[in-house]
Design a protein around this ligand. Structure first.
Ligand SMILES: Cc1cc2nc3c(=O)[nH]c(=O)nc-3n(C[C@H](O)[C@H](O)[C@H](O)COP(=O)(O)OP(=O)(O)OC[C@H]3O[C@@H](n4cnc5c(N)ncnc54)[C@H](O)[C@@H]3O)c2cc1C
Length: 259
């Protein structure tokens, strides 16, 4: 039973809302960012996600989770605008529709923000060690955008695995952040192919990369690991094995396959 006092501390109910699709940006050949206006949006913490629900004419419904890519501070004018970045999976049910079929002006049902564990906001401090595979970079980008908006002094490292150069999501924005001189370090590794003259890392994220490319356990970084299930499990175990405090290693698993 809840009384009036406990009700006042209860989180707001997560209701389904009809969002309007404002704009679609192409990030890579298979990845699009959707900017949505969500009436009544309550704001979010970087790292949170939404559930998107599609309903077919016969009433069949499909729901999937998508991380919020935007910072809580709005990039597009308007309090209620949020961005999702979605990869098209060839045999997928929902992602091909969201990346190929929708058009500005369409309405999409979503609810959120959801999740309180895999989040970072300025008051949580740093340093930050972000580890991403593929679209796992999306919630980490929300954290980096938030940090940049506030000119937060904590240094941040992003170790980011993509299949190829062309599949690096947010590549130019990440270059811009790294060149700002505000202690943002961006390290790319390419798992399948690299262009001639590639100066970055190659191969999947492994213990060796985690030991040498992000701050050591002694620096007590806040670690966030996000991406395909197998990559997240490998990276999180390696971090703990390297001495990082398990309470400072947070993970989010997006799906079954590897980058
Ligand atoms: C908390 C959370 C946040 C997420 N955020 C994002 C995000 O920001 N951007 C994004 O693109 N996706 C994100 N995902 C994944 C997303 O929810 C869907 O799983 C993905 O879009 C596939 O849905 P689908 O209907 O197209 O494919 P489905 O019809 O569900 O699956 C089709 C095929 O793809 C495989 N598959 C399913 N999911 C994945 C995956 N993630 N990677 C590789 N193969 C997969 C299935 O095994 C199956 O073979 C997130 C997942 C979670 C749990």
């Amino acid at each position: 039973m809840t009384d009036a006092k406990s009700q006042s501390f209860a989180p707001p109910p997560v209701v389904w809302r009809k969002a309007e699709l404002l704009a679609i940006l192409s990030e890579t050949p298979r990845v699009k960012t959707l900017w949505l206006r969500v009436p009544g949006w309550p704001g979010h913490r970087p790292g949170q996600h939404v559930d998107v629900r599609l309903t077919a004419e016969d009433g069949y419904q499909a729901e999937r989770s998508y991380s919020l890519a935007s910072a809580p501070e709005r990039e597009l004018p308007g309090r209620e605008n949020v961005a999702l970045t979605i990869e098209r999976l060839g045999d997928g049910e929902v992602s091909p529709y969201l990346t190929e079929q929708v058009r500005p002006g369409d309405r999409i049902e979503l609810r959120g923000p959801i999740g309180g564990y895999f989040t970072w906001a300025a008051e949580d401090g740093g340093p930050l060690a972000l580890v991403a595979g593929g679209t796992g970079v999306v919630p980490l980008m929300s954290m980096l955008r938030h940090r940049a908006r506030l000119a937060h002094p904590a240094p941040a490292w992003l170790l980011y695995s993509s299949r190829s150069f062309a599949e690096i999501i947010y590549r130019e924005e990440l270059e811009g952040l790294a060149e700002k001189g505000d202690r943002t370090h961006v390290l790319h590794t390419l798992t399948r192919s690299a262009p001639p003259g590639w100066m970055g890392l190659r191969g999947r994220i492994d213990r060796e990369m985690l030991a040498t490319r992000i701050p050591p356990a002694a620096a007590r970084p806040l670690c966030f690991v996000c991406g395909p299930t197998q990559m997240v499990e490998t990276a999180a175990s390696a971090l703990v094995d390297l001495g990082h405090d398990p309470a400072r290693v947070k993970t989010e698993r997006f799906g079954p396959t590897g980058a």
